[in-house]
Design a protein around this ligand. Structure first.
Ligand code: 6SD
Length: 224
């Protein structure tokens, strides 16, 4: 898979070079690149923002540099993603779908956001999605993109060695994950649940499923 991120802060993507995603980039399972829209400005100040029409606080990202950046990257097989608190919720089903695509392009806003015509223009070139990682506001699209890229990349075959660990995880069956324990069996007066030491795998599976249901009811009643 090819992944591009258009951003005025390309260093914010450096964390993707760590751990399993970093290995997948190194092994060319994922081809990841950033593109700075300042490269497509023509004034001495390399201006990428301007004041909003209609007034209001802050600045808005100008359409021309982002449009040119998209022109340089996108073809009709691309999926263009605009992280936005106003977008549809990005969830595990979205991650699974996007993990099957050939080319993803993340367009990162800064300041108060992006001139909406860039989203309209992108839609004329390829499938375009406005996606939110949750109901809170952060300062730009970069960290939201990093979250989505990690969630998508780990679903690409070969990125995570043990595919069982993908299946067993939270949200695959509509429930959150069961709790995990490791050695020592007793620590600071706290004991690992007896059943996990029993070697009885039918009982362990039953206990884990009950834990998933209890935790989901308690922490995520919206999923029940
Ligand atoms: C200015 C952005 C882009 C600002 C965002 C996305 C989510 N879920 N919260 N905040 C966000 C995205 C904020 O550009």
């Amino acid at each position: 898979m090819k992944i591009d991120a258009i951003s005025v802060f390309p260093e914010m993507f450096d964390s993707l070079n760590q751990s399993l995603i970093g290995k997948a980039i190194e092994n060319e399972l994922i081809e990841f690149q950033t593109l700075n829209p300042r490269q497509f400005t023509s004034d001495v100040h390399k201006t990428v923002d301007d004041s909003p029409y209609g007034g209001g606080a802050g600045m808005v990202m100008k359409p021309e540099p982002l449009g040119k950046a998209l022109d340089s990257l996108v073809d009709s097989d691309s999926v263009i993603i605009f992280p936005s608190p106003a977008g549809k919720l990005f969830d595990q089903a979205t991650a699974k779908d996007l993990a099957t695509r050939q080319h993803l392009v993340f367009v990162c806003g800064r300041y108060e956001g992006i001139d909406q015509r860039v989203v309209e223009y992108a839609s004329t070139k390829a499938e375009t999605l406005e996606l939110s990682i949750g109901d809170y506001v952060i300062n730009g699209g970069e960290m939201a993109s990093v979250v989505m890229i990690e969630a998508i990349s780990r679903l690409i075959p070969g990125v995570i060695g043990n595919s069982d660990s993908l299946i067993e995880e939270s949200h695959e069956d509509g429930l959150v994950e069961y709790p995990s324990y490791t050695k020592p069996a007793s620590w600071n007066g706290l004991d690992v649940p007896e059943v996990l030491l029993s070697g009885n795998h039918a009982e362990i599976d039953k206990w884990r499923k009950l834990q998933q249901i209890d935790r989901t009811k308690k922490n995520r009643p919206d999923l029940i």
